[in-house]
Design a binder for this molecule. Structure first.
Ligand code: SF4
Ligand code: SF4
Length: 705
């Protein structure tokens, strides 16, 4: 270790019971010289003593990396352990971990393209590990001397499945201590006992870790608690061993950071893990019953009081000062329970949205009606995930930008997501989106960081196997969010294949539909739609398609009609007349979507009529919300208010916020508000109608010309 100043000597911790921690380093911060190393390797571990050789020798320390300011201390605290160097490997997993190898050449760096969720990062590290034992250490924690040896000693016991230890705050600042007591109050005790454990420090035998499937990668928090319940279910103990000690440098030293941390923890956890394993303990059973917004409102304060009392009782003998902190600890616990309550409310609303759409739609409608002027970033983002495409559609308006091989990298997409606020919808675009290998992970980023509710993915359906695989992975990562697959189909077999420029495309659409239907059995949050682009080249044929539609695509929603727009690859293509379009729309309604809810049929009708009105009047038939509710980011980083208007900046030159609030963006937005452009872009018309429903009502009641 190069900088020993940041390492707090064990003696400076004002708690008792550390006398059992052995092999304290003579000079923390000194390089582990070959001589020192060989001395260490000759030292028998306390549990090695005696005639029996230990079964577990090699340890893989896995550090998920997100904090450059503290990761060095974490690594160094492992390097100075009095444990044979040849039996220890350190694996650092995270974006930019490759650069850390410059400072610590002996570590194994698993560099990731973006910040992975913690469980996924740890699983990646475990996949690289060769040790008998996996020791997870957070990058803001510092292992105290004896950490490796004591972990292994505990894990020698076959009955023990996982082990953690004392997680002690590094900072003595008052609110840092409040965080320690409120959140880690149960990880400070001096008694070995069965407990839920935390990955701040967690050890497991490699074979058991693999056998139970590692961490659940879909969880953002409490993946460690989830792991513990599975370890217990497998018949093993999860042990708090006080001889295992880490210092936690969480850096939450202010009231605001303390309370916000507690609230966010509660909100992210939301009793999800407890409800998943109600049989694991009476506590889980009780909490799974209370996982209801109304009930939880009643019990939040009593639970906070009870939790505070327990924390004080657990810690008061070794740290009487906790009495002084008790009111703040109560406040922290209450923040956590309010976060849980918020999560329960959100989940209730989300469930309703997936089932009927009414509750969430009402909330979105309210915000679009009354709060849209306050939106700092778009709530509906169209994201071109790739320019790669395997079709040659005559009506493609993006044809000049296809197959450019300049797609935003994952770290750039991650950065974009971080600069956006909450998203209601993510409209994936391309190219062919499923050709983007990381499509599921891209969706996951926006679910995790932007709480996006609905993700729509269009496809030309040319690769059914790939689409089914990618879709399954996306659904597995979607955390129940609504995923909508939109198949493009522009006519009966011959006409569709001709328009798309790929023989056999029609058959592939039918096959992809069947594959998606299979996935719907497993994932009810998957919706399937079909969109048909309308142009003179397929106008008559679409009547025939709608005749065949119910037979080929049973029980599917009414198809959407997308009017030709932009500058198509085949420049001679034109839109049919307004009368022809009305006739086609009426025919579609008569032949398809018999079981469609009335609200959906009305929305489809209003959307279509507003589009026609824009053509008829050559003006915006509804005030367009592009640039306010809606935004577009292309595969090459171009940011636009809408895909038909020029770019207002590029993410490779400036951040999203800077572009979105730039003078150019403001001027372009004002032009939209003044109605200087108009179009029939169905997605934008739909969202604009939500913000201006009177225009939709007007379109519905207005008699046809
Ligand atoms: S319309 Fe879509 S599928 Fe067709 S060429 Fe363009 S990007 Fe590819
Ligand atoms: S009216 Fe059409 S062209 Fe103008 S900003 Fe809205 S979506 Fe874009």
């Amino acid at each position: 270790m190069k900088d020993g100043a940041s390492f707090i000597p064990i003696e400076s911790i004002s708690v008792t019971g550390l006398e059992t921690v052995s092999n304290r380093p003579a000079a923390v911060g000194a390089e582990v010289s070959p001589a020192a190393s060989s001395t260490a390797s000759e030292l028998p571990r306390s549990h090695f003593a005696g005639p029996e050789q230990p079964r577990l020798k090699s340890a893989s320390v896995i550090i998920p990396y997100t904090r450059p300011e503290t990761v060095g201390n974490a690594i160094e605290s492992v390097l100075v352990q009095a444990y044979p160097e040849e039996w220890t490997e350190i694996i650092v997993v995270g974006k930019g971990s490759g650069a850390i190898r410059g400072r610590y050449p002996k570590i194994i760096a698993v560099d990731t393209p973006y910040r992975f969720p913690p469980g996924k990062a740890r699983n990646l590290g475990a996949a690289e590990a060769t040790g008998d034992v996996l020791l997870f250490l957070d990058d803001d924690c510092e292992a105290q001397q004896g950490w490796i040896g004591e972990n292994l000693a505990e894990l020698e016991n076959e009955a023990v499945g996982a082990v953690s230890g004392r997680i002690l705050g590094k900072s003595a600042a008052p609110f840092a201590r409040c965080t320690d007591y409120s959140n880690f109050g149960s990880c400070r005790g001096n008694r070995r006992r069965q407990s839920r454990l935390w990955t701040a420090s967690l050890g497991m035998r490699s074979d058991l870790f693999k056998a139970i499937g590692g961490f659940d990668e879909t969880l953002i928090v409490q993946e460690d608690i989830d792991l513990c319940f599975r370890v217990n279910r497998d018949g093993h103990d999860t042990i708090h061993q006080p001889k295992v000690v880490v210092l936690h440098n969480h850096g939450r030293n202010s009231l605001r950071s303390f309370l916000s941390y507690q609230y966010q923890n509660g909100r992210r956890a939301g009793l999800g893990v407890e409800s998943k394993y109600p049989e694991a303990s009476p506590r889980n059973k009780m909490l799974s019953i209370l996982a209801n917004p109304l009930l939880y409102t009643v019990v939040a304060l009593p639970l906070a009081l009870f939790g505070t009392l327990l924390t004080v009782m657990e810690n008061v003998t070794q740290d009487p000062l906790i009495i002084v902190f008790a009111p703040a600890v109560l406040l922290g616990k209450l923040s956590c329970h309010i976060g849980i309550l918020r999560a329960l409310i959100d989940r209730q609303l989300r469930g309703s949205w997936v089932r009927s759409g009414k509750v969430r739609a009402a909330r979105t409608l309210f915000e679009y009606l009354f709060l849209k002027a306050r939106f700092a970033t778009p709530r509906v983002l169209t994201l071109y995930v790739t320019s790669a495409c395997n079709a040659k559609c005559k009506h493609c308006f993006y044809w000049q930008n296809l197959n450019q091989k300049a797609d935003l990298r994952m770290e750039e997409i991650d950065e974009l997501s971080r600069s956006l606020g909450k998203l209601d919808k993510l409209l994936i675009a391309g190219g062919e989106p499923f050709l983007r290998r990381e499509l599921p992970e891209i969706c996951e980023i926006f679910i995790r960081q932007n709480d996006v509710e609905i993700i729509s993915i269009p496809t030309n359906a040319l690769l059914p196997d790939l689409i089914a695989r990618q879709l399954r992975r996306t659904l597995a990562l979607a955390d129940g969010r609504s995923i909508r697959l939109n198949l493009s189909l522009d006519g009966t077999e011959a006409v569709h294949d001709d328009i798309r420029g790929v023989p056999g495309n029609f058959e592939k659409v039918v096959e992809t539909f069947a594959r998606a239907r299979e996935l719907q059995v497993e994932y009810p949050n998957l919706a399937i739609g079909i969109n048909s682009c309308v142009m003179d080249a397929n106008y008559r044929d679409l009547f025939g398609l709608f005749d065949e539609f119910p037979g080929i695509f049973p029980n599917i929603e009414m198809p959407g009609l997308i009017l030709l727009r932009g500058d198509p690859y085949e420049p001679k293509l034109e839109l049919p007349t307004i009368q022809e379009l009305e006739a086609l729309h009426s025919y579609k309604r008569a032949k398809t979507g018999a079981s469609q809810p009335l609200l959906w049929k009305l929305a489809d009708m209003a959307n279509f009529r507003v589009g026609l009105e824009s053509i008829r009047t050559q003006s915006q038939a509804v005030p367009c919300e592009a640039g306010r509710i809606l935004g577009v980011v292309e595969d090459n980083g171009n940011v636009r208010h809408c895909e038909l208007l020029p770019p207002i900046g590029n993410l490779r030159e400036k951040g999203f916020q800077e572009i979105w609030t730039s003078p150019e963006a403001v001027i372009a937005r004002e032009k939209i508000v003044r109605g200087e452009c108009h179009c029939t872009h169905e997605c934008n018309v739909f969202e604009s109608l939500l913000a201006h429903p009177a225009h939709g009502l007007k379109a519905l009641v207005k008699p046809k010309d």
